[in-house]
Structure formats: C-alpha cells, structure tokens
Design a protein. Structure first.
Length: 158
C-alpha cells in the first residue's frame, strides 16, 4: 500500500506541477529554433551554416536540390582569402562572397564539376578573395533578385 501511495503521490505532484506551469503561461517547450538568414535588399535567404572545417569542406556536395530562397553560409573567422570548387556538387550555384557586410564578389551560374579528379575542377573565383562569409544559393538567384557586387548583406544567426 505504501508503494502504491508513493507512486500515486509522485504522479499527483508531477501533474500538479505541470498544471501550475501550464496555468501560469510559462512555455515549457523549447522555443522554436529560428533559421539563420541573410538579407540582401528585400530578399531573405534561409541558411544552413558551415562553421567547422569539416562542414566547410563538405558544403553542398552530393545535394541534388536546394529549396528556393535557401542556401548555405560558410563562416571564416578570422577572415581569409578563399576559392571554392564544385567537386562532387550536383547542382549549379551562385556564390556570394562577402566581407564586413558587403558583397565583394559574385560567381554566377557555376556549374558542377564532372571530373572524378578534384585537381581537374576549376576554382571560383579564379583569384582568391578575402571574405568572412560565403553564401551559396541556386544558380540564377542573384540575377533573379538583382543582387550585385557592392550590395549590403546582413546576417542573423538567432
């Protein structure tokens, strides 16, 4: 009987605590995670984040599609000169190279590299550019949305 009463008491206490929290308006569920975004003019790009060497190296390799208004941002801290390639990438991309909140270079409509040898893949841009972030989006995105070099770009990682 004591065991049943103890279990019943624990259940009652848990139920009471849950009821009090629910009635108090406190949200016990974790807050909905906000998707990181980049804003360029009136355009908002939902971002996946590549912030480790492994994620940066893999990037969008092996992807067969990318949602509209979505992309991947590559974070470089500290800023550095970079070149990208399209080895094992299956979809054409626009690459937006940024530094200090400005678009410094765009490589538009970059096609997948079909070579099995990564040394045979061209790099973009041809000459490395100093950046703190690079955003990859579907090919044609920059042209469709009027994004150009010199534009301001704002990132939110909340």
């Amino acid at each position: 009987m004591d065991v049943k009463l103890t279990v019943f008491s624990k259940i009652l206490i848990c139920f009471s605590a849950a009821s009090i929290i629910a009635l108090s308006g406190v949200n016990t569920c974790s807050a909905e995670a906000k998707m990181p975004v980049a804003k360029v003019g009136d355009n908002t790009i939902k971002l996946e984040v590549a912030d480790t060497d492994a994620k940066i190296e893999r990037g969008l390799m092996f992807r067969t599609s990318l949602d509209n208004d979505s992309g991947m941002v590559f974070l470089f801290t500290p800023p550095r000169k970079v070149k990208f390639w399209m080895f094992n990438c299956f979809i054409p991309l626009d690459m937006i190279f940024t530094k200090d909140g400005k678009v410094v270079k765009i490589e538009a409509n970059v096609q997948p590299c079909k070579s099995k040898d990564p040394r045979q893949c061209p790099t973009y841009p041809e000459d490395a550019v100093m950046v703190d972030k690079v955003v990859e989006v579907n090919a044609g995105y920059c042209k469709k949305h009027g994004i150009k070099e010199g534009d301001s770009i704002e990132f939110s990682f909340n």
